[in-house]
Design a protein around this ligand. Sequence first.
Ligand SMILES: Nc1ncnc2c1ncn2[C@@H]1O[C@H](COP(=O)(O)OP(=O)(O)OP(=O)(O)O)[C@@H](O)[C@H]1O
Ligand SMILES: [Mg+2]
Length: 243
Amino acid sequence: MFSNIDINKMNHLMEENKEAKQIISQLLENHHTSVSMIAHEIRNPLTLVSSSLQVIEAQHPEVRQFHNWEQMMEDVQFMCSLLNELSTFNNSSTLHHSVFSIERLLKNVAVSFAISLDADNSDIEFTSRIVPGMGDFTGDKIKLEEVLLNLLRNAREAVGEKGRISLSAERREDMIVIQCRDNGCGIPEDLTDTIFEPFVTYKENGTGLGLSSSKQTIEAHGGTIYAQSSPETGTVFTVTLPV
Ligand SMILES: Nc1ncnc2c1ncn2[C@@H]1O[C@H](COP(=O)(O)OP(=O)(O)OP(=O)(O)O)[C@@H](O)[C@H]1O
Ligand SMILES: [Mg+2]
């Protein structure tokens, strides 16, 4: 994977030299194809292993007593989700555009997040404030929805059992501004620069691909994403999207 510094260096080289631009673009394309192929090739047999293990568990519930069975099931699940996220990450900047109401998208995301909290009998207080009048938006609806769900999931993981999360959005001139706010554990100052890098995670079962793929998606829309955080007050992620 490339770090932000590598990407800046490559962009610089591409601006300076047309031949380098062509070769680097080709290499990047090959790199993306290889990552997708590897993820795909491993995911298929792994999905079979995972389903077989689930069938074994359903037919022979006693296996749950086996030493390390639960840990093994968790590890297999983790590998499946890692490969899924890797392939999402690898495709985060390839957009499939359509024209849609971003207001409706935000409202749908807020409703399904609220339902998921209810379903878990959660003590987390969730509010949303989606200001009407955002107009039509051209972009990748599914990828933007993934970004919002990533931010809300991170917020949920940050507040734990009890806390407050809010989602707000409004149009400011030619910009849609979306904020996801929580009063959870916050991000220590020395880590804020790294959280958007791929595979950076501070969670036991995290893959560290949520924010890096979100950043790629938002930047592919010409927008920005940044975090303001303190361990005392919690975290605000702000996404801006040009209309
Ligand atoms: N709302 C938040 N509050 C506190 N820390 C956060 C928040 N959002 C992100 N972080 C920090 O940023 C890190 C990277 O987040 P990211 O979503 O990329 O990966 P992750 O949540 O660890 O794993 P996953 O791939 O499952 O999303 C997290 O491990 C966490 O330390
Ligand atoms: Mg995450």
